[in-house]
Write a protein that binds this ligand. Structure first.
Ligand SMILES: [Zn+2]
Ligand SMILES: [Zn+2]
Length: 378
């Protein structure tokens, strides 16, 4: 077995964690034992974590996962202990955690599709579990499990941050921000002058809006049901906002804005068949529609084959975590944030302690804020 690492305390520590035990049942707030990191691992003390719709989908059972499991997959914190083989990280470093790891050398990584990296972090089957409750293992969602005050993760899931970013903002970078910004800049490759429509203006949708702004979009139309989110969308760069209560009226408005053609690029950031069909209608001939929203596992989209595709040459593009190259995109996001033209602090609607996690889960869909953040310091 690999040798444990060194740092400010290389023995087992106790974490406070929110554990998924059964679909629909409130998460259990439990003390878990967190062991020291092995050679290729890092132990991180979480400062903050975002709560993403994917967490809620697992919580409700819409996306099935085996319990017991610590949910949460976007977080920021401080390195506590580093494994003996880890380079470039030291105890005390501020970091973000990401659920996606990229090896740089597999089939996909060398073909510039690192978001599909097929190299799983090395796991030693004889290694003891990272998190335990009374000796029984507790898994971590996507190898991170950020609803825990301390975690052990593979070093590849850790990205170092500059020291001056608020942790409550930085924690959103690892999933929602990378996905939204990347959807515009990488996946759909928004070009200067493109007219863009964004359906759904939650934490990810707002980042699609600002990604399209950074890409030089000439007009960004943001659509959501909640006026508060449309206000935020304006702040993030939307030039037109539409309260999408009447889908036919939304289509009419976009046609009016685009000479009857439809938009160059339409992002579906809701994850529903109805909004996906609407997105295809809003896309101009030859344009592209990008599916970003995390749809329930069985959700299906029924669309005609001939007219939109064979005749009008529309494209549907899938989007996995904004087709991100993590090292490149995190430093891009940090630099743009420091220059003031990429908004992160404004994404943080509420900050609450971990003890409120079940309230956050229950109210995620009706929340008028972009993101609710769990702050481990409160
Ligand atoms: Zn997420
Ligand atoms: Zn790879």
């Amino acid at each position: 077995m690999s040798r444990a690492g060194t740092g400010t305390g290389a023995s087992t520590v106790i974490a406070e964690a929110a554990v998924f035990t059964e679909p629909g049942r409130p998460l259990d707030l439990l003390d878990l034992a967190v062991r020291a990191p092995l050679a290729h691992e890092v132990r991180v003390r979480l400062a903050a974590t975002g709560v993403c719709h994917t967490d809620q989908s697992i919580f409700t059972g819409a996306i099935p996962f085996k319990p017991p499991l610590v949910l949460g997959h976007e977080g920021a914190g401080v390195v506590d202990v580093v494994g003996s083989a880890v380079t470039g990280l030291s105890p005390g470093d501020p970091v973000i955690l990401t659920w996606l790891t990229q090896c740089g050398s597999c089939f996909y990584c060398v073909r510039s599709q690192p978001e599909l990296c097929e190299t799983k972090p090395a796991t030693d089957p004889s290694a003891p579990p990272r998190l335990t409750r009374d000796g029984d293992p507790v898994a971590q969602l996507a190898g991170v499990g950020t609803f825990s005050s301390v975690v052990v993760v593979d070093a590849a899931a850790v990205v170092r941050l500059p020291g001056d970013m608020p942790m409550t903002s930085a924690c959103l970078v690892g999933c929602g921000v990378l996905t939204g910004i990347g959807a515009a800049l990488n996946t759909a490759n928004v070009r200067p002058g493109d007219v863009v429509v964004v359906l759904g203006c939650g934490g990810v949708g707002l980042n699609v809006v600002q990604g399209a702004r950074i890409a030089g979009s000439s007009r960004i139309v943001a659509v959501d049901l909640m006026p508060e989110k449309l206000e935020l969308a304006r702040r993030f760069g939307a030039s037109t906002v539409i309260q999408g209560t009447d889908p036919a009226a939304t289509i009419e408005s976009v046609r009016e804005l685009t000479g009857g053609r439809g938009a160059d690029v339409v992002f579906e950031v809701v994850g529903l068949p109805s909004t996906a069909r609407q997105a295809l209608e809003l896309t101009r001939p030859g344009g592209r529609m990008c599916l970003v929203g995390a749809a329930p596992l069985g959700a299906a989209m029924d669309v005609p084959m001939y007219l939109p595709f064979v005749s009008q040459q529309k494209s549907i593009i899938g989007c996995r975590c904004g087709s991100t190259n993590i090292a490149r995109d995190v430093s891009f996001i940090v630099e743009r944030y420091r220059r003031g033209d990429l908004l992160l602090d404004e994404l943080v609607g509420n900050t609450v302690p971990l003890t409120k996690i079940n309230d956050v889960m229950d109210n995620l869909d009706s929340a008028a804020v972009a993101r609710t953040v769990i702050d481990f310091a409160v």
